[in-house]
Design a protein around this ligand. Structure first.
Ligand code: PRT
Ligand code: ZN
Length: 226
């Protein structure tokens, strides 16, 4: 991948909840693409704006490395990875440019239904399963709670039933998954939705102008939706 390009590159989720709405939003900005055979790359035909189809977790890193200029990703993923960078003593390398109004969910702390919830202090000495250690860790520190964090990449809701954890911290939308696992949400740590993510600083020259054009169209499309 060349270091300097005059085409813009946007990373979006290949499969998953944000894949379809992200493409629909970009299409509503007047973009059209030709898809590569392996479905990893979409070549922009109406504008010099290409899409890279990836795992959502890879999007912040692609922006940080300059491989992609922009990305559409959950604010939860962006904030978690930014928190991890800060925790490792590194500088922020991406930020939210626009909130996109879809993919709404919240990062919540949930405990077994049988618990009588009073305060975060109840979590002292307990084990909490999560895929969001940075966001959970920040909240625990702020609340002054000394709990153990068990990192799981998926199926977090089942951890208490398996005896892997006492409580969980995971994304919730309808709450049906929590209920199915006899858990109840007790604290919201973070409100999320899909966002347009980009680098900390503005892009230069040719791509900067393209981004301006795209943002104008995007803001127009978002205004019509709301
Ligand atoms: O393959 P890839 O790594 O790209 O996808 P992924 O599996 O990591 O992500 P995906 O597609 O599940 O979610 C992408 C983004 O959608 C998340 O990062 C959030 O920003 C957003 N989003 C919105 C959600 C939900 N709603 C949601 N409900 N992500 C996950 N969930 C989970 C939730 O944790 C629960 O386990 O869906 C389950 C059902 O939720 P309930 O509360 O409706 O039962
Ligand atoms: Zn993912």
């Amino acid at each position: 991948i060349p270091a300097s390009r005059d085409r813009l590159r946007i990373a979006i989720q290949k499969n998953g909840r944000l894949a379809e709405p992200a493409r629909a939003l970009l299409a509503s900005c007047g973009m059209g693409w030709r898809e590569s055979r392996d479905r990893l790359f979409c070549y922009g035909e109406s504008l010099p704006v290409d899409l890279l189809l990836v795992r959502d977790d890879d999007i912040p890193g692609l922006i940080a490395d300059g491989v992609c200029d922009l990305g559409i990703v959950g604010r939860n993923v962006l904030a978690e990875q930014d928190g991890a960078r800060i925790g490792a003593g590194r500088a922020s390398a991406f930020r939210e440019w626009r909130a996109l109004g879809f993919g709404a969910c919240r990062l919540a702390l949930a405990v077994p239904e049988g618990w009588e919830w009073k305060s975060p202090a109840q979590l002292s000495g307990k084990r909490i399963a999560t895929s969001y250690p940075a966001l959970l860790g920040r909240w625990l520190t702020r609340e002054g709670v000394d709990a153990q964090v068990a990192l799981l990449s998926g199926s977090v809701e089942i951890a208490p039933r398996l005896g892997q954890a006492d409580a969980i911290c995971d994304l919730v939308s309808s709450g049906a998954t929590l209920a199915a696992n006899q858990l109840k949400p007790v604290v919201t740590l973070f409100e999320s939705e899909a966002v347009l993510a980009g680098p900390i600083h503005a892009l230069d020259a040719a791509r900067g102008e393209l981004v301006e054009l795209l943002l104008r169209r995007l803001d127009g499309a978002l205004r019509i939706r709301h």
